[in-house]
Design a protein around this ligand. Structure first.
Ligand code: SF4
Length: 338
């Protein structure tokens, strides 16, 4: 992973360096999306800090992101589809070394068919407004393979996503400026926004392009909206830190070999900044009142906390008496996934 990116503010900007700021409100794209999706889910993750097991799909996303990051360590001429496929096994070994628990996630994951991407389901729910159907996520089971077969199939499924990348980009013609970088800035002079960007390209003319790899299913209108929320978040950080509006926000859907390019403008990012400030104010009000309400949607089928959720007959734990003031400042792991 490359070093955190905290660049000087644009000339004449009164904005302060995030490092100089006292502890205050902060947001990452995933936590902002959590609050929009379900305030109680935000509380469980950010304030109660309840543990969650990532899904096999999320682990696959981590693996493919790691492969595409290390691909650019190779000399340009060697960044071929075969070389990328050969990086899968070593990347998996590195993940296992850093987080041995992921092996159990694969072992425990039920064999499923169909769409299992919770972000896509959440987005679809946002768009459709369909009622919750608890347990809807349970898809048809297939016979359980043994551990070696399961791992082999898992690694093959990661390799199978790579041709989709090469169909839309030629990495031999790219030299990214940043990969898997933590970026952050202050907005409204007190709100810290930060998160990880998959890749940042800077042209010789100084144009910025933010690239986000998506390893989930087919893009849907609302899913793209959710992903663009994340990219606008990064565009705003880069605008405030580099002094230029990124020319292109690129979503790269590996499964479908599709790229979606979007060009923001300054007025739009200013509106987005006001949206984030309002969202942060709503979160601070909820904290003050200790009032985080459940907001059921089809995402509930993937929620790890149904047993504690009133919508499912549960009772949330007592509100923590002391909360870490920087609780929501650290970008979540899922800011790097999808
Ligand atoms: S089960 Fe649904 S309503 Fe309850 S916390 Fe999870 S996402 Fe929110």
């Amino acid at each position: 992973m490359t070093a955190p990116t905290v660049s000087p503010p644009p000339p004449g900007s009164p904005r302060r360096d995030p490092a100089d700021r006292p502890a205050g409100p902060s947001l990452s794209p995933s936590r902002a999306a959590d609050f929009k999706t379900c305030p109680l889910l935000f509380r469980f993750r950010t304030i109660d800090k309840l543990p969650e097991q990532p899904s096999a799909d999320q682990v696959r996303g981590t693996l493919v992101h790691a492969v595409l990051e290390t691909l650019f360590d190779l000399p340009a001429a060697e960044r071929t589809p075969e070389a990328a496929a050969a990086l899968v096994e070593p990347a998996w070994q590195r993940i296992l070394t850093e987080e041995p628990g992921v092996a159990e996630i694969l072992a425990a994951a039920p064999a499923r068919r169909g769409v299992t991407d919770p972000a896509a389901v959440a987005a679809e729910a946002d768009a459709s407004g369909l009622p919750v159907i608890p347990g809807q996520a349970a898809l048809a089971d297939v016979p359980e393979p043994d551990e070696a077969t399961r791992l082999s199939a898992f690694l093959d499924s990661a390799r199978a996503l790579l041709p989709g990348y090469f169909a839309v980009e030629d990495p031999r013609r790219l030299e990214p400026a940043e990969r898997e970088s933590l970026v952050s800035t202050l907005i409204d002079d007190e709100l810290l926004i930060r998160g990880y960007i998959d890749r940042l390209d800077i042209s010789p003319a100084g144009d910025l392009r933010v690239v986000d790899y998506k390893t989930g299913g087919a893009p849907r209108e609302a899913f793209e909206g959710r992903a663009l929320f994340q990219l606008k978040f990064y565009a705003l950080v880069l605008w405030r830190t580099h002094g230029v509006v990124p020319r292109v926000l690129r979503l790269l859907y590996l499964k479908d070999a599709e790229a979606l390019d979007y060009s923001p403008d300054a007025e739009e990012l200013e509106r987005f900044e006001r949206t984030l400030v309002a969202l942060s104010a709503a979160i601070e009000r909820a904290k003050r009142d200790q009032d985080f309400r459940p907001k059921p949607s089809r995402l509930c089928g993937w929620c790890s906390h149904q047993a504690l959720c009133p919508e499912f007959g549960g009772t949330p734990p007592p509100y923590p008496t002391t909360t870490d003031p920087a609780a929501d400042s650290a970008p979540a792991d899922d800011d790097r996934l999808a």
